[in-house]
Ligand binder design. Structure first.
Ligand code: ADP
Ligand code: MG
Ligand code: ZN
Length: 504
């Protein structure tokens, strides 16, 4: 199926219109049990083995709220600078969907547990942009449908569908922004930065691993355009379930170009959901959007209202960890690096790894150097994320320790890392097996230096005559003779000593 969508260039779109965005992020909480029953949330179990009358929607089954689910929602709300409701209820959102056995989703409607907050996010150049938060509310996930017998795994062309209700009832928090205005051409970048900051925040709070590639966190991107100078928002499209940071940015960008083409052609945008396609970076039409009143929301009669005491809320607030932006600003000052350096560390997914190596004993500069240099390169080449490399932060710390003790130089350390990545064992095992040790035996070094001088009499004369810079060539010869295993600085010292010249 090939459909082409008219687009105008990004620059032309921005020349006429201002984008307005709304981001709705669903986060699956990492609770041990589901939101309204005691079923396990463990991934990878046999289909339908983690179900009970409540999450299967059997007549007469009654839900009970998961207290950790509420505590997690309050943590997220507080970290997003929200008010926490003194009293709120769950609501039924009624619609039919095969993977939702109750025929309604237990959610929150006009009484969310957290509301009116903001999150400061950092852009590539280190600038901060404040995203206003409308609400964060609790709800539950649906089950999963598997369409079988077709080529694409989609319902079209499938011969039958299978249903797995293990996911039905897993706690979700939905975080909704207020309309994001004023980002201009940087709107897609703001969207990406927001989702990233939110992910870091959720991870720091310890309420979810927020792995987008596993669907633990997904984002709906609402977007509309309005002509410059106009107050009223345009009609939005809603691109559903975008599941990577890069895709969030691309989806927003694509929709800006698509909306502009429709509007320039005198057409109207219809309010609809859309699907994002990773392979082409484009979106296609989904379904025409329901209005809230279509869901016949009403307060959930089977659950008591939630009234978190102020004392409990304050206790949760005082137990919050240092939040990611504050932590990054602190590290930036401690390490003496620029905001842009910090952005590259974040982009590489290296911050936690660097910190773990420091925890394991590496000094900050060396930990940064290896993760952002050799290891980032290696991850790039093999197309895996940095934390997917076959080396642990502790092993990186061990390599830096061997360097600082003088057992390895940088060149040898690179070979050790290469060996660890290739599965040859721990750093110490690789050193042992490959025989990688700095030659610090002065006798052996002296012999190598003498041989280099004897083999290069012309260069030796130049150095004797005062051209100290020429010593580099002799150092090179010694390093070659020792297969890179000598300490270059010590070799240079020995050469100058032998030739009776002093460095400066
Ligand atoms: P729904 O659940 O129907 O998608 P919500 O109000 O929960 O509606 O979420 C809509 C999101 O889109 C919110 O983030 C909101 O700020 C944003 N939004 C609302 N109107 C517009 C608009 N015209 N253009 C862009 N974003 C919008
Ligand atoms: Mg929505
Ligand atoms: Zn259950």
């Amino acid at each position: 199926m090939t459909t082409t969508t008219d687009l105008v260039s990004y620059e032309d779109a921005l020349a006429s219109y201002d984008p307005v965005m709304g981001l709705e992020v669903h986060v699956e909480l990492g609770t041990k049990t589901k939101m309204f029953c005691g079923c396990s949330t463990e991934l990878g179990a046999e289909p339908n083995s983690q179900t009970c009358p409540t999450c299967l929607g059997m007549p007469g089954a009654l839900p009970v709220v998961n207290a950790i689910g509420i505590e997690s929602a309050i943590k997220i709300g507080l970290a997003l600078n929200c008010e926490i409701a003194e009293w709120c209820r769950f609501a039924r959102k009624n619609y039919f969907y095969p993977d939702m056995p109750k025929n309604f989703q237990t959610s929150q409607y006009d009484e969310p547990i957290a509301f009116d907050g903001y999150l400061d996010v950092q852009l590539e150049d280190g600038e901060t942009f404040r995203v206003q938060i409308e609400r964060a509310h609790m709800e539950e996930d649906t089950g999963k449908s598997l369409h079988v017998g077709g080529a694409t795994g989609r319902i079209h062309g499938a011969s039958h569908s299978l249903l797995d209700y293990n996911r039905a009832g897993i706690p979700l928090i939905e975080i909704v922004t207020k309309p994001i205005e004023g980002a201009g051409a940087r709107a897609p970048e703001v969207a990406r930065a927001y989702v990233r900051e939110l992910r870091e925040l959720i991870k720091a709070l310890g309420v979810s691993e927020a792995r987008m590639e596993q669907g633990q966190m997904r984002c709906d991107v609402n977007l509309s355009l309005r002509p410059h100078g106009r107050e009223k928002f345009g009609t939005r499209s809603e691109t559903k379930n975008v599941n990577s940071l890069r895709s969030v940015e691309r989806a927003a960008r694509f929709e800006i170009q698509r909306h502009a083409a429709v509007l320039n052609g005198g057409g109207t945008i219809i309010q609809e959901t859309r699907h994002f396609h990773e392979d082409t970076g484009s979106t296609t039409s989904g379904r025409v959007k329901e209005e809230a009143e279509d869901y016949r929301y009403f307060p959930e009669p089977d659950l008591v209202p939630i009234a978190p005491s102020r004392a409990w809320v304050e206790e949760i607030r005082s137990g919050l960890p240092e939040l990611p932006l504050a932590r990054r600003n602190r590290l930036l000052a401690e390490w003496g690096i620029s905001a842009a350096d910090m952005q590259s560390i974040l982009n590489a997914g290296a911050l936690d790894l660097i910190l773990a190596s420091i925890d394991a004993g590496a000094d900050a500069a060396s930990a940064r150097k290896w993760w952002m240099g050799e290891l980032a390169r290696s991850a790039n080449e093999s197309g895996v994320p940095l934390d997917g490399l076959a080396i642990t932060p502790e092993q990186v710390a061990r390599v830096t320790e061997l360097v600082s003790k003088g057992d390895l130089n940088d060149k040898l350390a690179r070979q050790v890392i290469e060996g660890v990545l290739a599965g040859e064992g721990t750093p110490d095992e690789v050193v042992e097996k490959r025989g990688l040790k700095v030659v610090s035996d002065e006798g052996a070094l002296t012999t190598a230096v003498e041989e280099a001088i004897a083999g290069n009499p012309g260069i030796a004369d130049k150095i004797r005559g005062g051209k100290v810079a020429a010593a580099g060539a002799l150092v090179g010869a010694v390093m070659k003779a020792t297969r890179g295993q000598a300490d270059a600085a010590r070799v240079k010292e020995l050469i100058l000593e032998k030739l009776g010249v002093s460095e400066g």
